[in-house]
Design a protein around this ligand. Structure first.
Ligand code: E4P
Length: 217
């Protein structure tokens, strides 16, 4: 399973990239809005940091296929690594079909059911993004959806990669890996949590104390 970082905050993207653990980046309209920066400016900066798929979403206010196709073409022009993120709607699927026929990669987002994932894959999406945490938030086990999609894609040899999205904690990450997700897109805070273990910290402190006791600082 690969890791993408789910943020538009360039400082966090740089930190995760320097750790060598991320292969791509996902953004969404809320994450871009949180940074308060121009979409093209921030996305261009991200493409200069990470050499891997960068998902940039069409405007949240664009709901028709024609509009999404036009924006998708512009997003794809920003950099060769760009992936156009499209919401899971009928209009969105139409846009995915056209953009795919033009060789533009797409990531169908806001997936909450296996039928949605199947349709997105059939329309030609390179990636499908089921939202794990938001399902958990409404007392529906999100991981069951990831597992089901992974099983269906395997049975039918569907090529779309599954990006587990809305990942909120390290347990989610392990669950996604076991469920067969190709990618987990995670905020920097979760990557940082994943590095930690109390025994690691205790071990570091003991090694330092033992070393200093004999050799000094
Ligand atoms: C996915 O691509 C989305 O950007 C993201 O994972 C949503 O996460 P959230 O539910 O924590 O907002």
């Amino acid at each position: 399973m690969k890791f993408f970082i789910d943020t538009a905050k360039v400082e966090d993207i740089k930190k995760a990239n320097d750790m060598g653990v991320i292969s791509g980046v996902t953004t969404n309209p809320s994450l871009i809005a949180k940074e308060g920066r121009d979409f093209k400016e921030v996305i261009t900066e991200i493409t200069s940091i990470v050499d891997g798929p960068i998902s940039g979403e069409v405007k949240a206010t664009t709901t028709d296929a024609e509009g999404m196709i036009a924006e998708g073409r512009e997003i794809a022009k920003i950099h060769k690594n760009m992936v156009v993120k499209i919401p899971m709607t009928i209009e969105g699927l139409k846009a995915v079909k056209v953009l795919t026929s033009e060789g533009i990669k797409t990531n169908v987002t806001l997936i909450f059911s296996a039928t949605q994932a199947l349709l997105a894959a059939k329309a030609g999406a390179s990636y499908v993004s089921p939202f794990l945490g938001r399902l958990d938030d409404i007392s529906t086990p999100g991981i069951d959806l990831i597992r089901t999609i992974a099983e269906i894609f395997k049975i039918h040899g569907l090529k779309a990669e599954i990006i587990s999205a809305s990942v909120r904690n390290p347990i989610h990450v392990i669950d996604c890996a076991l469920a067969g997700a190709n990618i987990a897109t995670v905020p920097y805070s979760v990557i940082a949590q994943m590095t930690k273990h109390p025994l690691t910290q205790q071990g570091i402190e003991k090694f330092q104390a033992d070393y200093k006791a004999v050799f000094g600082e």
